[in-house]
Design a protein around this ligand. Structure first.
Ligand SMILES: C=C(O[C@H]1C=CC=C(C(=O)O)[C@@H]1O)C(=O)O
Length: 455
């Protein structure tokens, strides 16, 4: 397909037809245990879970225009889809994610991850509280609608509920790939730029390599994350699975790298003209007792460094929304408690003026919670300081539909799992007064969700 920079790509089965069957309330774990390859799965605490098995079309894009590139490609694909008889909630969605940086290097573990990748599932499973749908999509010149329905029915019939929890792989060793000395040096560099007034805030990250005792197993790891983080956005994305022609029968999962995680941070949900986002920034650990926990939360609420770090994010998000939304409302700030950390959180709502969630994603990525301020100098500082490529870490992951509605999370508390290895990513917002040792310890707390799910 022709593209703005020659790098946007679409692969598709041709002119498409979708048909769906409804299913009763079903657990994500039962879907992940289907005898079919899983290409992508994204959950939201207040929205549907969307799982892609196989792809009837994939869209990829590179560079600064990757958001618009994906949108253009999806529009072209949607024009070919006959899904008029499919209920709104069951219509096929594009599920995938983006790289953090405009120029992204495809070095290990990101070899299989382009600048952007989205799949329109050949089999899509949407799960909601009251039930869900299986939607099959295929080439309408080659398969009749009743054959497409038969595919959806056979997937429905393969769903088995319950069964014992599957084994997590176990972690044999971990290596923090940035040493405390390197980190201290990196932070001192960033702090001197803050002192000089070049930047107000920058989020710097590190990696940790976990060697696993068995092959990385998607189902059990996502299941474990879901148990501990029911209020987070769970995601698992496998762009390396590429494009697969829709098939009728089950297939084994392809042995490809998986970007996965349990993110507490919504980038945006757009539903009609309602836009929901939020600022999540400033972190303390959890206490061993309730009193200690509350004392730490009080520090978050009162300490000037935490206030400043959070305020910068709220103000910037309000400003970033200006080109795509009006009537921006900031809710009250609360403390968000997770298993290993507590954060300051401010919900933000607005009325969309943009007609597509990807326009809002373009405006919001990256927020200073994962980038910094001013954005360009902070991004250049990240590039010049970090010794690894962020790949898709801290970047938008989620789904959108034909109406331009959708949900994206920020891909933090995340890792790439492949074979017997997982590479974990975590970072911190650095402002004046940040202390290298305290920040080093805070990063370890942010690795814990993924480490726990692998152990
Ligand atoms: C960059 C990360 O967290 C961000 C989100 C919440 C709190 C943060 C902090 O307090 O530093 C970070 O800005 C990460 O988890 O890798």
């Amino acid at each position: 397909m022709a593209s703005r920079d020659g790098q946007d790509r679409v692969q598709t089965a041709g002119r498409l037809v979708s048909r769906s069957v409804s299913i009763p309330p079903t657990a994500l774990r039962d879907v992940l245990r289907l005898d079919r390859p899983i290409h992508a799965a994204v959950t939201a605490p207040d929205g549907p879970t969307v799982v892609a098995s196989g792809s009837a079309a994939t869209a990829t894009a590179e560079g600064a225009d990757r958001f618009a590139g994906i949108r253009d490609t999806a529009t072209t694909v949607y024009e070919t889809v006959d899904d008029d008889s499919v209920p709104d909630g069951a219509r096929p969605r594009f599920v995938g994610g983006f790289a953090f940086h405009d120029r992204h290097e495809r070095a290990h573990p990101w070899d299989d991850f382009p600048g952007a990748w989205f799949a329109l599932p050949s089999v899509q499973i949407v799960l909601g509280e009251d039930g869900g749908w299986i939607t099959a999509t295929g080439n309408r010149d080659e398969r009749s609608p009743s054959e497409i329905v038969a595919t959806a029915e056979s997937v429905r019939d393969g769903l088995v509920s319950g069964g014992p929890a599957e084994e997590t792989p176990g972690v044999s060793s971990v290596v923090r790939e940035t040493t405390l000395e390197e980190w201290t040096e990196q932070l001192e560099g960033a702090l001197s730029r803050i002192d000089a007034g070049d930047i107000e805030k920058v989020a710097l990250a590190q990696t940790l390599r976990a060697n696993l005792e068995a092959q990385f197993p998607l189902a059990s790891v996502i299941e474990r994350l879901g148990e501990t983080y029911p209020d987070c956005f769970l995601f698992a994305l496998r762009p390396g699975a590429g494009y697969t022609e829709p098939t009728h029968s089950g297939e084994q999962a392809p042995p490809v790298p998986t970007f996965f995680g349990a993110s507490p941070e919504r980038l945006v949900t757009k539903a009609g003209d309602t836009v929901r986002t939020g600022a999540l920034a400033s972190t303390v650990g959890r206490g061993d007792t309730e009193t200690e926990d509350d004392r730490l939360a009080d520090r978050l609420r009162t300490d000037e460094k935490f206030q400043r770090e959070h305020r910068v994010v709220v103000e910037s998000i309000r400003e970033q929304l200006t080109p795509v939304a009006r009537n921006v409302q900031t809710g009250s700030r609360t403390v968000r408690r997770l298993d290993s950390v507590q954060h300051l959180y401010t919900p933000i709502e607005a009325t969309a003026t943009a007609d597509h969630v990807l326009a809002v994603v373009t405006a919001l990525h990256p927020t200073p919670a994962v980038g910094g301020l001013p954005p360009d100098v902070a991004l250049e500082t990240i590039r010049n300081t970090e010794t690894f490529d962020r790949g898709w870490y801290a970047a938008p992951v989620g789904w959108f539909d034909e109406e331009g509605d959708g949900t994206f999370a920020v891909g933090i508390r995340s890792a790439v799992g492949e074979d017997r290895e997982a590479t974990l990513f975590a970072g911190n917002g650095i402002v004046a007064d940040s202390d290298p040792v305290a920040e080093w310890e805070e990063v370890q707390l942010k690795y814990e969700p993924i480490l726990d799910a692998l152990r």
